[in-house]
Ligand binder design. Sequence first.
Ligand code: FAD
Length: 448
Amino acid sequence: MSKITLDVQKEYNCDVLVCGGGVSGFASAVSSARNGAKTILIENGGFLGGTATKGLVGPFMTCYDSKGKERIIKGLYFELEDRLVQAGGGISPEQCPGGNSYSGYRTKGHYGVMPFDTETAKIVFEQMCLEAGVQLLYHTTIIGCEKQGDKITCVYAADRNDIIKINGKMFIDTTGSASLANKAGAETMRGNDDGMLQTASLFFKITGVEKGTLDGYMSKNPEMRERFFMDVIEQGQKDGTFPCGTRKLRIYENPDGTWTVNMAQIDGQLNELDGEEITKGEISQRIQMGKIIEFLKSNIPGLSHIRLVTSASDIGLRESRRLVGKHILTLSDIENCTKFPDRIAVCANSIDIHQKNNVNYITHTGENYYIPLSCLISKNVSNLLTAGKSLSADKYAFGAVRVMPPCIAMGEAAGITAALASQSGISADEVPYEKVQEILIKNGGIID
Ligand SMILES: Cc1cc2nc3c(=O)[nH]c(=O)nc-3n(C[C@H](O)[C@H](O)[C@H](O)COP(=O)(O)OP(=O)(O)OC[C@H]3O[C@@H](n4cnc5c(N)ncnc54)[C@H](O)[C@@H]3O)c2cc1C
């Protein structure tokens, strides 16, 4: 490997630097700025939302308890829901009982999902950041950092033309692949014990669905709400007309009348950190997408006239590198509903692990479980936090909390913690968790 020297052309200063503008970065930045910290958010794309926008992934998975009775994720997520509905680009979870087109005709775990329009979400994420006073820097990619002792002092990033330096007191890595953590020498982990990751999928949106026909078919064939045309798909796999590992039809109606399809899938292992592999993966997924559309047209009631609207600009990576935190959330924590003293969110999503050829839903006790703040704080870099996809969790616990409402709840807590630490000149770990909980509750969050 050769070393290159680059000149820094611009320098910025902030209290809290949020790296990565997916839903977790959005929530971290809003929350940090609202709690008084001068906050900069850098994002390598040209808008916010990450997997939710670039990846076209939706709907927001449920924010309800496992019985679908009570909302357990509120706070900033609740506010976001309201903003999306007000902007005409979201349907409130109350109006999305499981089993209908907005929940992909699913019942299990799909009560109270929230469909949203990608374009509305981009604007709402952005406006909420700007209203909170966050400085947004798009087209800006982390390339390195400097440290003093166990603290990061600055991040180097490349924008469209220059190398920039951003000095900060606290850093939140919401890159979804623990990129900053990796560059800072923080302990990280990746995949399961064999290094295997969950499958990657290219989402796409279609139009031309005859909703009445599909709705009618689903209501006359209630068994399909759990079978999702598996027999037809498996037959297609046998005769080669369905060239894809997934065994189920996953299709969700959006508020704007388009439908999101989650069926393309890379069945082998893809090294998500390697540009060349990702490129090949995205090309192969777009070819697969064309074949899926043809298959759906010929085999599924109500889909014979569908047309492609758009494919995701980034392939959806369910899993990547994660931070090793002060605590690693485990399957046992989920199953036993460990009530951590420093809990910052309550969740109930089932453990959902997508692997080659199938999806493993491992049900837990059915009770709510908790995410502790210590899963968001680096074990060995004292001013580094994370939220969302890069949290510190084993593969099972990760499979449960990786969906967007918990990611937003984690971001909200990480933002508060970073703001408090930057104001008191202390490490993330020294911030009294009771203070973080007090602010979360004041903002409508739920921790019990
Ligand atoms: C295929 C798939 C299906 C899913 N289905 C659902 C679903 O139906 N409902 C649900 O609620 N959840 C679903 N999820 C889970 C959920 O979408 C993600 O876990 C969640 O959106 C992750 O958000 P995040 O902000 O933590 O990370 P990301 O969304 O990965 O955001 C990371 C951001 O960081 C930026 N970034 C990365 N590296 C750098 C860098 N070096 N410099 C600057 N910026 C950088 C990226 O551009 C991106 O914007 C799904 C995920 C996938 C992949």
